[in-house]
Design a protein around this ligand. Structure first.
Ligand SMILES: Nc1nc2c(ncn2[C@@H]2O[C@H](COP(=O)(O)OP(=O)(O)OP(=O)(O)O)[C@@H](O)[C@H]2O)c(=O)[nH]1
Ligand SMILES: [Mg+2]
Length: 297
């Protein structure tokens, strides 16, 4: 055992859609967290574990911090906020396209004892260097960040510099997870998230936010591993949209999800999807719980 082995926790927080989950996947080197152009893609705290000979870094991906409109949104914000305290380091990610510092978000870090780093993402779409300098100055004036890193999570730019800095934040200690483990999510969680990601890509406006996915059961049927999943929506009109003309939309979502599940879990499943209406589920604590959105603390 390496006596200088380091291990610890690093959280990734920020507004929705800034690229937190894309960053996590890039660091771990495989898809753990779903991503999409829609805000509030991530709904649970997701661990991504990076283990080398010298360290184990446990990243905590969180839902984007926003102004909640539902009980679900309130839970998402709570989850993100609870991942700020007690970490070895916090990465505060911003999207350079969104401009200057926002005071009310920065206030979250007041009194936090761990180092908070400013990560300015999406520099691949940067128009001029002056622009990014202005953004950096506005954030650095708003909070004493331990450092800042302009990155592109999609292109992998500067991620090595972030990692070099983060290693220094980890205390000497034993690994907390097995060396081959990359996430704390179960296969059921991963499957339901992948199905939800396909729904996010195929639907617009309120529909993606009104969707939850539940894996009901799995069974072996004539040598085929069958996965039965329900897509829950809030209204009949949303159900119609998801099913599509002659069932086309649901078929498309099912095909894309099945292919990706097979790839990620290195398996061969047959996916059977149902759509169910559960009125106002985002405001019902019992529904939130049964869809897996209560254990975020
Ligand atoms: N151009 C560009 N787009 C990026 C980059 N990183 C992420 N994106 C895109 O930004 C969008 C949001 O990415 P996510 O990783 O889902 O963002 P998030 O911060 O996890 O969002 P929430 O889970 O909703 O809080 C997706 O369309 C990504 O492809 C980047 O470095 N450059
Ligand atoms: Mg996310």
């Amino acid at each position: 055992m390496n006596t200088k082995f380091r291990s610890g926790f690093i959280s990734i927080v920020g507004r929705p859609n800034v690229g937190k989950s894309t960053f996590l996947n890039a660091i771990i080197g495989q898809k753990i967290a779903i991503t999409s152009p829609k805000p509030q893609t991530t709904r649970n705290r997701i661990l991504g574990i990076k283990t080398t000979q010298d360290y184990q870094m446990v990243f905590v991906d969180t839902p984007g911090i926003h102004k909640p409109k539902h009980e679900l949104g309130r839970l998402l914000d709570q989850t993100a906020q609870s991942a700020i305290e007690g970490m070895d380091a916090v990465l505060f990610m911003v999207d350079q396209e969104k401009g200057l510092a926002e005071d009310h978000i920065i206030r979250l870090f007041q009194g936090v004892s761990s180092p908070v780093y400013l990560i300015i993402n999406k520099v691949d779409t940067l128009k001029s260097k002056i622009e990014i300098d202005k953004i950096i100055i506005s954030y650095m004036n708003a909070y004493p960040f331990a450092g800042f890193f302009p990155i592109s999570a999609i292109e992998g730019t500067n991620l090595n510099h972030v990692m070099d800095e983060l290693v220094k934040c980890l205390p000497v200690g034993y690994p907390l997870f097995g060396e081959t483990e990359v996430t704390d999510q179960s296969d059921f969680q991963l499957m339901s998230e992948i199905i939800r990601e396909k729904v996010l890509y195929h639907t617009q406006e309120e529909v993606p936010h009104a969707v939850a996915v539940v894996i009901e059961h799995t069974e072996m049927n004539a040598g085929v591993y069958e996965v039965h999943a329900t897509i829950v929506v809030e209204r009949n009109t949303q159900k119609q949209i998801l099913i599509g003309k002659g069932g086309d939309m649901l078929k498309q979502i099912g095909t894309e999800a099945r292919k990706e599940i097979n790839k990620i879990l290195d398996t061969k499943i047959h996916l059977i999807l149902w759509v169910k209406v559960k009125k106002d589920w985002r405001n019902r604590p019992s529904d939130l719980k049964s869809f897996g959105y209560d254990k975020n603390e």
